[in-house]
Design a protein around this ligand. Sequence first.
Ligand SMILES: [Zn+2]
Ligand SMILES: [Zn+2]
Length: 282
Amino acid sequence: MESILSFYESQFRWLWIMITTPSWSNFFWIFLGLSLGVWMLEIAMPWRKGQAVLRKDFWLDTWYMFFNVFLFGAVGYSGISGHVKAHLASAFPYLNAFHATLSQMSPWLLLLIIFVVRDFIQWNIHRLLHASDTLWQFHKVHHSVEQMGYAAHLRYHFVENIVYGTLEYIPLALLGFDLVDFMAVGVFATAVGHLNHANFNLPIGPLKYIFNSPQMHIWHHAKHLPEGVKSVNYGLTLSIWDWMFGTSYMPYDGRDIELGFKDVERYPSGFFSQMLAPFKRH
Ligand SMILES: [Zn+2]
Ligand SMILES: [Zn+2]
């Protein structure tokens, strides 16, 4: 117990140092810059012109961003990383040769590999969040968004941090990737994730077969889908997996479609009630 407390104490000190020492090399300020940048795009060139700048649940989602990235995400993540890697290295000594090969690679190629592998793992985890009835209760928080905007990107139940963190980090750490690489890839993925939820028209032409976009992801949040289709467009940063595995769906311009799920208007609307919702009887 004491070691957990001292661990969190040091993590919070680290967070505090990041906040109080503004610099473009620290994650807090990079994140803030990214968020403001995408928000400015929304304000300057909105896709849904009638949507208020401070749309429904804007502040709730702003709180979720801070909570999931800083109070829960980055703090927890940086803690497990060192331990997990050390344990894995001793449990699977044969990996050392593989890790030595990786360390010979160009750092850019390595980042690209991590990015693609991580994105594919995340696409699978996202499918699982929809396929499992239990996990869906947690993932519903993300789908309770009724008016889309960039901050909705990080409206999700903290249990998703644990599900994603465990399922994606362990295989990637096993492959020998470091937290520093994760951070670099994470910054790029955060920027694309913000954009995918933004009230912004981003016509990317044939690049839509590679990258997700606000025009594709909005269909993932559609309240109504054709009979028998559970969900579509599971991609996070890349859209390749959806095109490859037949889960892509963009029938027409989804700018004004209804978002959410059946009875979304009766879903809890506050942070604490949403955190508790999955644990209640349905
Ligand atoms: Zn989803
Ligand atoms: Zn989303």
